[in-house]
Structure formats: C-alpha cells, structure tokens
Design a binder for this molecule. Structure first.
Ligand SMILES: NC(=O)c1ccc[n+]([C@@H]2O[C@H](COP(=O)([O-])OP(=O)(O)OC[C@H]3O[C@@H](n4cnc5c(N)ncnc54)[C@H](O)[C@@H]3O)[C@@H](O)[C@H]2O)c1
Length: 255
C-alpha cells in the first residue's frame, strides 16, 4: 500500500502534459484527486483515465487566474472528500519569445498573471484547507527558467523565479502548521504545451533538436519523469523536505 492511499489531492492544469501525468500517477498510488483545468474537456478526459484504472477523481473547471474558480474547486474538494492533503500547482502558460523591449505591458502582465499570480491564488486557498487538516504538502511546478535565464523569455522567467520565491517563503511560514511547500523545476519536457511552442518556432529552427543537443542526457524529459518528482514531494517519503526547488532537467544545460 502506498503512503498516498486515502490522501486527497488537487492538481491544476491536469488536462494535459505534466499535470495529467501527475494526476494519473497520484491516483495509481492510491490518492483521491480533484482534476482541474481551464479546459473542461481535457480535464474530464483525465478523470475518465483515472476512473478506468479504478481510481477516484472528480473534475473541476478552473482558471487559476480567477480567484472565485480556484476557491470553489478547493471548497468542492473539501465538501466532497472531507479535506485537502496535498496540491500540485502545475497550470501555466508559455510566452512568445521576444526580447523585453519588444514586449507589451499587456503581454508581460498576462504571463505573470497566470504563472505567478495564479500560483499565488491556488496557494492562498489550499493552505488554510491543509492547516485545518493539521498539515499537508504543496508542489509548485516552476521551470528550469525559475532558476536561470531563458533567452527571450523575460516574462516567463520572471514569473517562474517568482514561483520559486513564493515556494521558499511559504515553506518557512507554514512549516509550523505541518505543511511542506516545494517546487519542481522541469527542463524541456515533451508535452502538448512544448510541442505547441516548438511548432511556432521560426522557420528553420528545430527547437526539439536544439534542446536535446543542449541537455547532457541528450533528450527531452517525458511528462511522467517530471510528474514522478512532484508525486514524491507530495508523499511522506519526502517528509523532511521543504522549501526546495528540485531540478528535473537532464543535467541542466551544456555550457
Ligand atoms: N513542457 C516543458 O518543457 C516545461 C518545462 C518547464 C516547466 N514547465 C511547466 O510545467 C507546467 C505544465 O506544462 P506542460 O508542458 O505540461 O503544459 P501543457 O500546455 O501541456 O499543459 C498545461 C495545462 O494547463 C492548462 N492551463 C493553462 N492555463 C490555465 C489556467 N489559466 N488555468 C488553469 N489551467 C490552465 C492548459 O489547459 C493545459 O491543460 C507549466 O507550468 C509549465 O510552465 C513545462
């Protein structure tokens, strides 16, 4: 029996990529999962995948940039299953690749609103639910870009550094409440989101090949490899781990 058996969790952006792989693995390890995404159709698909394997899940349509929908999803989880033990705040968006002086304030603010403020809103409503349960675990999916520069991605990198900062402060502030807060920082990972960015790369640029060549392990991550780190951080196996930003990046970048 896994140490997630009987635990109740919530995953954002669980209709695709890393979020879907995380929700499925959490359920395989015995957790009950609230599957949330801004895209209701893909969230329902993930819920059905979990139920097909005999797991327990419910679907909630959530825009993490909208406080009402975030609060409602947390409340529904608590009402339906009796509490919230852990959350994986994974939903995020990529940005167009542009240098800072070519970016409008609207573009910058939208990327920050979803990736950073959205993660803040999730934590704001998850933390009290966990505190009233006597403890819990939060995993924020940041990025390698939360730890170092990605050229021409100023808004994304600023937002993801912010996610790592939120993680570190919350880890300290909520340790007395028994809540662990960590971040996972994936490198390039083969997800629908990554494929969409690769498809918009300028003509003649093979983003996948470039990323593979730049990574010591010589390939992209699978969504399941990033999910494995998030699931471990949610579990009691990581009971003395809080405030870290865990790289899952194939060894970082070659110089
Ligand atoms: N794939 C990579 O190479 C990579 C690398 C580093 C970090 N990440 C991060 O991992 C996370 C997941 O990325 P992915 O590659 O699996 O992406 P993805 O695009 O495949 O999946 C993201 C999911 O988030 C949902 N979403 C987007 N905006 C939302 C919102 N406002 N509210 C709720 N849901 C929303 C989408 O509908 C989608 O289902 C993101 O935070 C991303 O920044 C990805």
């Amino acid at each position: 029996m896994s140490n997630l058996t009987g635990k109740i969790g919530l995953v954002t952006g669980a209709g695709s990529g890393i979020g879907r792989a995380t929700a499925i693995e959490l359920a395989r390890q015995g957790a009950t999962v609230t599957v949330t995404d801004i895209d209701e159709r893909t969230a329902i698909e993930t819920t059905e995948m979990i139920r097909t394997e005999g797991g327990e899940a419910l679907t909630a349509t959530v825009d993490i940039a909208d406080e009402h929908s975030v609060r409602t999803a947390v409340e529904r989880t608590v009402e339906t299953y009796g509490g919230l033990d852990f959350a994986v705040n994974n939903a995020g968006m990529a940005s167009h690749h542009r240098q800072l002086d070519r970016m409008t304030l609207d573009e910058f603010e939208r990327v920050v609103q979803v990736n950073l403020s959205g993660t803040f809103l999730c934590m704001k409503h998850e933390l009290p639910a966990m505190r009233s349960r006597g403890g819990g675990a939060i995993v924020n999916i940041a990025s390698a870009g939360g730890l170092c520069a990605i050229p021409t991605a100023p808004a994304y990198v600023a937002a993801k550094h912010g996610v790592v900062g939120l993680t570190k402060v919350a880890a300290v502030d909520y340790a007395p409440a028994g809540i662990r807060v960590n971040a996972v920082c994936p490198g390039p990972t083969r997800t629908p989101g990554f494929e969409a960015v690769a498809a918009t790369a300028s003509t003649g640029t093979d983003l996948t090949a470039m990323q593979e060549a730049a990574t010591p392990l010589g390939r992209l991550a699978t969504p399941e490899e990033a999910a494995a780190a998030a699931v471990w951080l949610c579990s009691d196996a990581a009971s003395y781990v809080t405030g870290i930003a865990m790289s899952v990046d194939g060894g970082g970048r070659r110089a």
